[in-house]
Design a protein around this ligand. Sequence first.
Ligand SMILES: NC(=O)c1ccc[n+]([C@@H]2O[C@H](COP(=O)([O-])OP(=O)(O)OC[C@H]3O[C@@H](n4cnc5c(N)ncnc54)[C@H](OP(=O)(O)O)[C@@H]3O)[C@@H](O)[C@H]2O)c1
Length: 332
Amino acid sequence: MFSRRGRVVAVFAVTAARIDADDPLGGLELGPRPDPVAPEGWVTVTVKAAALNHHDVWTLRGVGISAGRLPIVLGCDAAGLDPDGHEVILHSVIGDPDAGGGDETLDPGRSLLSERHDGTFAEQVAVPRRNLIAKPAALSFDEAACLPTAYLTAYRMLFEKSGAQPGATILVQGASGGVVTALILLGRAAGYRIWATSRSEAKRERAVKLGADQAFPAGARLPERVDVVMETVGQATWAHSIRSLKPGGRVVICGATSGDASPAELTRIFFTQLSVTGSTMGTRDQLGRLARFCEQTGVRPVIDRVLPLAEARDGFAAMIAGDLFGKVVLVP
Ligand SMILES: NC(=O)c1ccc[n+]([C@@H]2O[C@H](COP(=O)([O-])OP(=O)(O)OC[C@H]3O[C@@H](n4cnc5c(N)ncnc54)[C@H](OP(=O)(O)O)[C@@H]3O)[C@@H](O)[C@H]2O)c1
C-alpha cells in the first residue's frame, strides 16, 4: 500500500488477531498493517530477519496478553538495519533500568515486544533507540535474529542464575527447543558438562552431535546427580528435575511449556536444601556480551528452517507440533 509520494504506508506483518487457547493458529493473520510510528526516542528498524519463539504461540493462546491489546504484530526477535543503515540486533525488553534497580527486566512496568507494542514479524518495527545493539559482522542476520529471546535467556540462566562453575554438570530438560539448544551450545562452549533429555531418540542423537556430553530418555535415571537443572518444560519434567539434583543443587526455571508443576515436591526441596531460581530474558548489556560470546567462541545458533514471512504459519505449526530442532527464522 503506497501514499501519493510513494512512501510505504502499510507493511506486511504477521498478527495475532484473536485469542484461541485451543486453536492458536486460528487467530493468526498475515497481511498489511499500518506503518510503524516511532515516538520520541524510538527508531524504525528495517527487519532483515526475525525469529519465532514459544512466546508467540502463548500470545495466540491468550497467555500473558488480554484480548484488548489485539490486533498486535507478533515477534520478539529481530536483526536489521537502523535508519542510518547500521546492522543492529534488537533487545526485546521494553523497560526502564532505573525502575528495575539497574536491570530493565526487573522494571515492574516492563514488557516484551509484541506484548504492548507491535513486534518484529513485519518489514519494519519501531523500538526505543536504546534497545539497539551493533550486530557483529561475523553473525549473519538470520543467526543474529535468534539471540534476543532464546539465546539471551539461556545466557542469563547459565552465567548469572546457575551459580555453577565451568566443569559442573548441568541437566537440560528437552533437547530440541530454542532455549534448550541455546543452553547446550553456550554451556558446552563455556566448559560445562551438559546432559540433555528428550522424548525422541533422533533428537537425543542430535543433542549429542550439538555438544551435549550425553542425552537420556525423558525421566530416565541418570548415572549420578547433577549440580544444576535447567527447566523450560514444567509439569512433564519437574519431578525428574528435582530428583536429579545433588543435595544443595539448583533448578533454574524460565518456562513451563507443558503446564505448571504439580506436585511441587516441597518436601524434597527443603530436605535436600535445593534452590529454585526463576529467570527471564536478560539485560541489553547481557545481549551485547552474548553477541560477543558468539563472535569469540564460534557458537552459532541452530536454525531448523528459514521461511519467508508469508509462510510463517508453517513455522508456527511446526512449533506447536514439537517438530523442530532449533530456531525458525522468518525473512520479510
Ligand atoms: N522466561 C523467559 O524469559 C523465557 C524466554 C524464552 C522462553 N521461555 C519459555 O520457555 C519455554 C521454551 O521456549 P522455546 O521457545 O525454547 O520453545 P520450544 O522451542 O517450543 O521448546 C520445546 C522444548 O520443550 C521440550 N519438552 C519436553 N517435554 C515436553 C512436553 N511434555 N511438552 C512440550 N515440550 C516438551 C521439548 O523437548 P523434546 O521435544 O526434545 O522432548 C523441546 O526441547 C516456553 O514455555 C517459553 O515460553 C521463557
